[in-house]
Design a binder for this molecule. Structure first.
Ligand SMILES: Cc1cc2nc3c(=O)[nH]c(=O)nc-3n(C[C@H](O)[C@H](O)[C@H](O)COP(=O)(O)OP(=O)(O)OC[C@H]3O[C@@H](n4cnc5c(N)ncnc54)[C@H](O)[C@@H]3O)c2cc1C
Length: 460
């Protein structure tokens, strides 16, 4: 019995096939730790579900006992909604199976999988499902917000390759959602996040790629930053969907291919991946490599799986993070100037500006086909503010809020998966006006009491 709430947690614990972790257990602190170290929440219990039956039991228990419920997929979201204070966490981290059918190229992915689980299972068959660029991210949270990565310009966002899903709704029903069944809910979960229920499994379409891909990193010196970004903003828009270039403004990590005296100094880092034959890739990428005076590069054939984990360490667990993000209609000179000035004042050496170019297959899909709406914007920026010492919290958060405000004139909407805590007022910006009304209608139908509210919330 939890004295503060009068809840009989033993009743829940004994009903589960999986475990209920409570504050008096030795693994409680480990179980409540998520990617963003800023989040320090203490739930009454963390229910590590073993399967859909457990998910139904936890949903019913939390709802009947009027307890707040948080859903934890990969636990990666910067806003920290995977953890709650005082309620129950429905933890999917033991539901990690991936089943690949190589003949249909369909892949079943359980709701607690990480991208590394998905990549490893699909690469056994030379296949990929479009996902993100850091392998310890959860498939569920990523997909429910949209899901972009190295292969999405070619094959679409993760949601564009979702065939169906199993969803446990607020009343404890287990629904299959697809184009044919519960199509309103299928529309809503493709961009609307965890607002509508717990997704216990996804069925995706996969594509042939790997085991090696032509890929690499080219590093440009900071003194050329403005010129390079001006070049980049045009160059990437001339390239075929097979090639994806991102751009990162940050202090150069100790890359072995960059001279030591450049390590720790600001630089423009351009990683890319090409899905096609390397000779053609080399030809396409030449202007990037020949752009005046690079600091170094590492370009060639890399294992797809290694490439997918190559950025894990720079984005590891255990740091404090507060992000601000925009979709961008372009990379205007005024924006470039603002970013260069801001980067020269990064409040910590771990900060970066990550700029993605994502036009391609996703932007050819109708903006109302899924809840994810801003398909036509060419670029997105994520202002990754990252530091280690809690004493720097105020300084770092204030700094990025200011940069965000200064760059608002260049923005059109935002990616819901990049919203931080305290950004409830911006959730609507992730959607079209028409899409927002539809999301509210669907939320009112499936979750009229707003039981699923530990998320970037859409109120019924
Ligand atoms: C280092 C880093 C790199 C990233 N890179 C990319 C990238 O390349 N591409 C990209 O698109 N995004 C990227 N993201 C953003 C990422 O998509 C979101 O953080 C996403 O929410 C992570 O999913 P998760 O399952 O790990 O998160 P969690 O924190 O576990 O969940 C986030 C929210 O999603 C919902 N949710 C999670 N699982 C379920 C479920 N099974 N059923 C219902 N709702 C659920 C809940 O509302 C939960 O609060 C990155 C994030 C980080 C921190």
């Amino acid at each position: 019995m939890d004295i503060s709430t009068g809840t009989d947690l033993m009743q829940l614990a004994s009903s589960l096939e999986g475990d209920l972790i409570t504050p008096n257990q030795g693994n409680y602190d480990e179980a409540r730790t998520i990617w963003n170290d800023m989040i320090d929440r203490k739930p009454l219990g963390i229910a590590r579900c073993a399967g859909t039956g457990d998910v139904v039991r936890v949903v019913n228990f939390a709802r009947d006992n009027k307890l707040l419920l948080a859903i934890k997929g990969g636990g990666h979201n910067v806003a920290g909604n995977a953890m709650c204070d005082g309620g129950i966490v429905l933890d999917l981290s033991n539901m990690r199976s991936v089943t690949v059918d190589p003949s249909s190229k369909n892949v079943h992915v359980a709701g607690g999988c990480l991208l590394s689980d998905l990549d490893q299972a699909t690469q056994e068959y030379g296949l990929v499902v479009p996902g993100g660029i850091v392998s310890h991210t959860g498939v569920a949270g990523l997909t429910l917000g949209g899901g972009f990565g190295w292969t999405s310009r070619k094959f679409g966002f993760s949601i564009d390759n979702l065939i169906s899903a199993e969803v446990v709704t607020a009343d404890g029903s287990v629904l299959t959602v697809s184009q044919k069944e519960n199509d309103d809910l299928f529309w809503a979960i493709r961009g609307g996040g965890g607002n509508f229920g717990v997704v216990t499994s996804f069925k995706f379409k996969a594509y042939e790629a790997g085991p090696e891909v032509y890929s690499g990193i080219v590093v440009h010196p900071w003194e050329n930053a403005k010129k390079y970004i001006q070049f980049h903003r045009e160059f990437v828009r001339t390239l075929p969907d097979e090639i994806t270039l991102f751009m990162v403004l940050r202090q150069a990590p100790p890359f072995p291919f960059v001279s030591e005296n450049a390590h720790g100094k600001l630089a423009v880092i351009v990683p890319f991946m090409y899905l096609g034959n390397p000779e053609k890739g080399e030809e396409l990428i030449r202007p990037l490599r020949e752009f005046s005076g690079t600091l170094g590069e590492s370009v060639g054939m890399n294992s797809f799986l290694e490439w997918q984990t190559g950025f894990d360490e720079l984005n590891g667990h255990g740091a404090r993070n507060y992000w601000k993000s925009h979709h961008l209609t372009g990379l205007a000179d005024g924006l470039i100037d603002a970013l260069i000035e801001a980067a020269e004042n990064f409040p910590s050496p771990l900060c970066d500006f990550f700029i993605a170019h994502w036009e391609g297959a996703p932007s050819r899909i109708d903006e109302n086909a899924t809840a994810y709406a801003h398909r036509k914007v060419p670029f997105g920026i994520n202002m990754h503010t990252r530091w280690m010492d809690p004493a720097d919290d105020e300084k770092c958060v204030a700094w990025v809020r200011k940069v965000h405000e200064n760059t608002l004139p260049f923005a059109k909407g935002v990616y819901v998966n990049f919203l931080s805590q305290e950004e409830e007022s911006r959730v609507k910006d992730a959607y079209s006006e028409e899409g927002w009304s539809k999301l509210v209608r669907i939320k009112s139908k499936y979750d009229p009491a707003n039981f699923f509210r530990m998320n970037q919330n859409i109120r019924p």
